[in-house]
Design a protein around this ligand. Structure first.
Ligand code: HPA
Length: 269
């Protein structure tokens, strides 16, 4: 299993076994810079890791201490729209599981389908809708990781959600909870697709995270997923969607997430 070799390699570079990993979403990479005594391992260096394209600068693991607590930050993730298979997008989760990681905090940037949200908001994902692309676990089941058929009703860990809400309240944040719809991208959705997703019960839309959630639920890793709203989804605001419209909310999201992660990780370890 190539994820075992990958995990072995990473563990050989550090002298301890962190229990918590954080996957940083688009625009959130800087959050890893604050770790103490960092060990940096580019994904491209890890045996068995899916190949990293030229445009993927800063695609690396940053492992170190957050207020003295050991944590792994995954800086940059593999997206289906980049050409990775769904199974490949889940590879880092299998590697983290094999490293002994027990809890994963997944972060992402998303478009808001729910018009009560605004750019800059952080939303706790408590469920998802996946209409497109195959499961990352399609094919022979890796029995050593989990069962063929498995529950998704508790994929978003209720204990971690409660803890996150408590941490948020402690720092004066009131975070809504919402359903995230996975779309394959790379094109943004059409306004008609967004109207459809709203009817289906989605509050957020994005192009990541769900393959990782499926893989983590399968192998029994507890998940907390936090989404930073970077824009209103297609058709919900006057302007069109483009990269510039999306990056403008990034600093606000980063600041809020940093405060939250600091608090949550402090409570978890
Ligand atoms: N749609 C899909 N993915 C996204 C969006 C969006 O509106 N914003 C950020 N990621």
């Amino acid at each position: 299993m190539s994820y075992l070799k990958a995990a072995e390699y990473v563990l050989s570079k550090i002298k301890y076994s962190p229990e918590i990993a954080v996957v940083l979403g688009t625009g959130m990479g800087e959050l890893a810079d604050s770790l103490e005594n960092k060990t940096v391992i580019p994904y491209a260096e890890i045996p068995g890791f899916p190949p990293i394209g030229k445009n993927h600068h800063k695609c690396r693991m940053v492992i170190g201490g957050l207020d003295g607590k050991p944590v792994v930050f995954m800086q940059g993730r593999l997206h289906y729209y980049e050409g990775y298979s769904m199974a490949e997008t889940a590879f880092p989760i299998h590697m983290l599981k094999a490293m002994g990681i027990e809890k994963i905090i997944l972060t992402n940037a998303s478009g808001a389908v729910n018009t009560d949200y605004a750019p800059g908001d952080i939303v706790i994902i408590n469920d998802h809708v996946k209409l497109c692309a195959e499961s990352p676990l399609r094919g022979e089941n890796p029995e050593e990781l989990g069962e063929r058929f498995f529950d998704m009703a508790n994929a978003y860990d209720k204990g971690l959600i409660d803890l996150c809400e408590k941490c948020a309240a402690d720092i004066g944040m009131d975070l809504p909870k919402g359903v995230y719809a996975f779309m394959a991208g790379p094109q943004f959705e059409t306004p008609a697709e967004i109207r459809m997703l709203k009817i289906l019960g989605a509050d957020l839309v994005g192009m990541s995270t769900v393959p990782e959630v499926i893989a983590a639920a399968h192998c029994g890793v507890r998940i907390l997923a936090l989404s930073g709203v970077s824009n209103m989804a297609a058709g919900l605001s006057g302007g069109g969607l483009n990269r510039e419209a999306i990056v403008s909310a990034e600093p606000i999201i980063r600041n809020k997430l940093f405060m939250l992660l600091d608090k949550i990780i402090g409570e978890l370890i």
